[in-house]
Structure formats: C-alpha cells, structure tokens
Design a protein around this ligand. Structure first.
Ligand SMILES: [Zn+2]
Length: 317
C-alpha cells in the first residue's frame, strides 16, 4: 500500500499550483481506489480521483444538492446581506455572473438588492430550469467554458462554494479572468481546509467516526483550500487579492445552518473565530491588466512566498 502511495506522489499534480511535490495523507474510507494528498508547495489538500465528465458531475450534484428539500440550504438571510454588502463596497453596477448558480436563489437575491444586471451558468439542467422558470433568471446550462461568454464582458463574477467541487480550478479561474473586464472583481467562497474545525474533523475521520476528511469528501469536494493556496491560485492567473477573511461557524453570518456534528464543535468554532482561522474562506480578487500583471509579478513574489510559508505552518494533517 505504501508503495502505491509513493507512486502516486510521483505522478499526480496539485490542482491549485500544478506542483508534483505532495505528501500522502490517507486513503479514502468510502472509495478504496482514492487517496487524499497535501501539496507541499501551496498547502492545498486534494483528492486523487476527480470527476472530469460534466454530465457525471451535473448528475451527482443534482442528486446531492438540487432537490426541493435542499432549496433553503444556502438561504441564511444575515449571511446573504453580509456577502452582498462586501461585494457592493468594491463593485455596485454592471454585469454580474454567478458561476454554479444552482437553483438561482442567490442570484435572485442579488438582482433584488443591487443595481447589477445578473446572469448565471449551471451544469445541472434541473437546477438551471428552476432558476429560469421559477425566478425568471437568465441562466445558461453547462460549464463556464461551454457558455462561451465574450472577452471582457462581466464587471463581477461570483463563485459561491464552487471551486472545491471542480476538477480543474486553474482552468476555471483563467476562464473567469478572460470574461472579466480589466479591474473586474471575482468574489469567492470556499471551505477553509486549515480551520480548527476541519483539523478536528480529520482527527475524527482517522478515528473512524466520520466520512469527511476535513473539508474533503470525494466525489463532491475534491480540493481543500487554505488562505494561502486560494490567493496563490488567483495571483497565478493574473489577479490581485483585494481582501480576504474567514468566517467561523460560531458567527451569525456563517452561511449554512449548523448540522449535528457542528454543535459539539462550537467551542472550537469560537476559538477559530478568535484566531482568524474560520471554517469559511472568502476572497475578493481583481483582474489586473496584462501590463500590471507582468510588472507586479516580480515584486509580489517575495510577499506571496512569505504568506505561503506562514499558511503551511498552520496546517495539521
Ligand atoms: Zn499546490
């Protein structure tokens, strides 16, 4: 088994920074063909197996997320008001695209509470139809590349809990850069794989108590981001980080209702709030022009390296 692990380390690439320098973490308890790794270069955790077929991914996510019973799972009013306020401080008009907009409730909220002209793209036909027919939204079915938006088209792009699901986050971020206007903003939500509650969940996983390895659970969540690795992903694609923050499950603006496991972990959630290591990671990234991208790349290099090293020190398991 260990030999198998070492062979994997030699062959697999980190989905965030493309490095082949990764350490084996553990074998997937539900699918013995899968293993989890952590990149030594950027600090991301990731699943070795990934769902590459758009049709398979759409079917999988439809069955897990886009059922009538789950309609309200993302609707925490205090959280939505908070997220929109944060975005409006940076961009408040123009075209906004919600990538992976699901059944459209977040996009509808933005339409009703801002001056943005809104559009969505969603791989699940069931969810996209719901967004069009029930909410009257302009939503294309498919992935972002197949939607084929023009260059420099959107002022803002929203990626709410999407990056951790996709097989190729680097390709997705490059496509977002292409369709954003220079100076356009991409707002991102991902689970923070370096949060204290996710560190504890990795311990519980190894004790055989749960099936989620921190923020990773194949085939749904296949990349585990940290603050450093999320910033690295966007900077490599030609973005500048305008702002980033984490939100603990103990805060009122945490975007999901707490589940059964979250209740005993609340003391840890309070601690991660105090330490700035919350479970939800938010980032706002601005598309730099080509000239700025080339000019600032060298000056940013040392700073990014320091951020990366500090981040890696906080990751356990
Ligand atoms: Zn990496």
């Amino acid at each position: 088994m260990r030999i198998s692990g070492y062979i994997h380390i030699l062959m697999i690439h980190c989905p965030v920074c493309d490095s082949v320098d990764a350490r084996f973490l553990t074998q997937d308890r539900l699918d013995r063909n899968n293993c989890y790794f952590r990149c030594r270069e950027c600090g991301s955790g990731f699943s070795e197996l990934r769902v590459h077929s758009l049709a398979e991914s759409a079917e999988l996510h439809t069955s897990v997320y886009y059922t009538p019973e789950n309609e309200g799972v993302r609707a925490v009013p205090a959280a939505e008001a908070y997220f929109l306020r944060r975005l409006l401080a940076l961009k408040s008009t123009g075209r906004l695209l919600d990538v992976g907009c699901g059944r459209g409730s977040w996009l509808r909220y933005i339409r009703e509470n801002s001056l943005f002209s809104v559009e969505g793209v969603e791989p699940s036909e069931e969810a996209a139809s719901h967004a069009r027919e029930v909410h009257g939204l302009s939503v294309r079915t498919g992935d972002l590349v197949s939607a084929a938006y023009p260059d420099n088209f959107f002022t803002a792009v929203y990626l709410r809990n999407v990056l951790e699901h996709v097989s190729n986050p680097r390709g997705l971020v490059r496509e977002i850069r292409r369709i954003l206007v220079p100076g356009g903003v991409c707002a991102v939500h991902v689970p923070n794989d370096a949060s204290i509650t996710n560190i504890l969940k990795r311990w519980f996983y190894r004790a055989g108590l749960i099936t989620e390895f921190g923020s990773l659970f194949y085939p749904i969540h296949v990349t585990g981001f940290t603050t450093g690795s999320l910033v690295r992903l966007f900077q490599d694609a030609g973005f500048a980080c305008l702002r980033r923050e984490t939100i603990s499950k103990a805060r009122r603006v945490y975007e999901f209702p707490l589940n059964r496991l979250d209740i005993p972990l609340l003391p840890a959630a309070v601690l991660e709030w105090a330490l700035g290591m919350g479970n939800l990671l938010l980032g706002w990234f601005e598309k730099r022009s080509e000239a700025l991208k080339a000019g600032k790349a060298r000056s940013q290099k040392g700073k990014v390296q320091n951020e990366r090293n500090n981040e890696i020190n906080f990751i356990w398991g």
